[in-house]
Design a binder for this molecule. Structure first.
Ligand SMILES: NC(=O)c1ccc[n+]([C@@H]2O[C@H](COP(=O)([O-])OP(=O)(O)OC[C@H]3O[C@@H](n4cnc5c(N)ncnc54)[C@H](O)[C@@H]3O)[C@@H](O)[C@H]2O)c1
Ligand SMILES: [Zn+2]
Ligand SMILES: [Zn+2]
Length: 361
């Protein structure tokens, strides 16, 4: 048995996205079908469309989503039909060497649905990040569903499924930002702004936002930035040092994913400070640094996969904090759009007009 729904696919490299009929199999063992209520447009969806992630076209795009479980397969006990869930793209296995060492956020064998969603002619789809939620319904591994309080709006909850969690987690989990720290964030889109909000939540004393777009810097202020630097007109490394008594920031978070911004992050941190790379580079990008500087500046250079989050721990916690008014997740939703507006949303993201466009169903 299967069912048919409408979904947005990226048919080929740099081709415009389009709405197609998607065939969704009934959930098999360990799987769930989720009726999507909202799904944010993330830069990673655009990377997929541009061929920057891999060549497994056609992609079923969308991965920042919340919805209601419609049906579950054999052996699924953690979620049940009717549960309001946020989808996550790192359902940990519990058995790999990372999980067994007690570091499940690094899980090397995360789960997705085993069955494939297809087009009507049987062409298998690659769901973005194993989710594919620019669709009325999608098939995932049950472990990709995290139950949260149904009182929160789906457009807001869904953002925890990727960018907002990645940013908050880059600051709190990966960067280990603590009370009194100085933090700089390079790139203030949805991910960078979430890192700023996360740094504020963690008690950072100074939060320096860097972007090439003044509008982004204005929004960054509302998220908690105490200082802003437009790196088109000002050298960001010098500016960050000047704002930190000539030293550099304790933690610098790179949320663009380019070699030149990574270098800025590397040199803008204090001695023995931390660089967190949460922006996603493309496969051809190369980084060159004097090895003596890597040694001499000490500290740690870290990557942040999904903000090193544990969905079962972090999603409900952040929704609690949101409901208490301690972090405003709603501020990330710039606009709500329809399924037919994804291509336009990519253009608006590219032009820097939005933090998050969210498709609502
Ligand atoms: N690590 C993860 O788990 C994870 C999760 C989600 C997204 N991402 C990645 O994070 C990055 C940001 O995603 P987003 O959704 O916030 O994108 P976005 O397009 O909304 O934001 C990018 C921001 O970077 C700014 N920018 C571009 N070039 C710059 C430069 N040279 N210097 C300073 N700022 C610059 C833009 O003006 C914009 O504000 C992407 O690479 C995305 O793929 C990573
Ligand atoms: Zn594992
Ligand atoms: Zn994403």
């Amino acid at each position: 048995m299967s069912q048919q729904v409408q979904g947005v696919i990226a048919p080929g490299k740099n081709e415009p996205v389009r709405i197609e009929t998607i065939v969704i199999p009934d959930p098999g063992p360990g799987e769930a079908v989720v009726k999507i209520q909202a799904c944010g447009v993330c830069h990673t969806d655009l990377h997929y469309k541009q061929g920057g992630i891999n060549d497994d076209f056609p992609f079923l795009l969308g991965h920042e989503a919340a919805g209601v479980v419609e049906s579950v397969g054999e052996g699924v006990t953690d979620v049940a039909p009717g549960d309001f869930v946020v989808l996550n793209w790192r359902a940990v296995c519990g058995q790999c060497r990372a999980c067994l060492r007690g570091r499940p956020w690094y899980c090397f064998d995360t789960h997705n649905a085993k069955q494939k969603m297809t087009l009507l002619d049987g062409t298998e789809l690659s769901p973005a990040l194993g989710i594919g939620a620019f669709a009325e319904k999608t098939l995932v591994a049950a472990g990709q569903c995290t139950k949260v309080d149904p009182e929160v709006s789906p457009a807001v909850a869904g953002l925890l499924g990727c960018g907002v969690m990645a940013g908050i987690g880059a600051a709190i989990n990966t960067g280990q930002v603590g009370r009194g720290d100085s933090v700089a964030v390079i790139g203030c889109g949805g991910v960078g702004d979430a890192a700023i909000a996360g740094a504020r939540l963690a008690g950072a004393a100074k939060i320096i936002a860097v972007d090439i777009d003044d509008r982004k810097l204005e929004t960054a202020r509302t998220m908690g930035a105490t200082h802003t630097v437009n790196s088109r007109s000002t050298d960001p490394v010098e500016a960050i040092r000047a704002l930190t008594d000539g030293n550099g920031a304790d933690v610098v978070i790179e949320a663009v994913g380019r070699p030149e911004t990574y270098k800025q992050a590397f040199y803008a941190r204090d001695l023995a400070g931390t660089v967190v790379l949460v922006g996603v580079p493309t496969p051809e990008m190369q980084l060159e640094l004097p090895l003596i500087d890597v040694f001499g500046r000490g500290g740690s250079l870290k990557s942040s996969w999904y903000g090193d989050c544990l969905p079962s721990r972090d999603f409900p916690m952040l929704i609690d904090l949101h409901q208490q008014g301690r972090i405003d997740l709603g501020a990330f939703v710039t606009e709500t759009i329809g399924l037919g507006d994804v291509e336009q949303a990519f253009a608006r993201m590219h032009d820097g007009d939005v933090l998050r466009s969210v498709v609502v169903f």
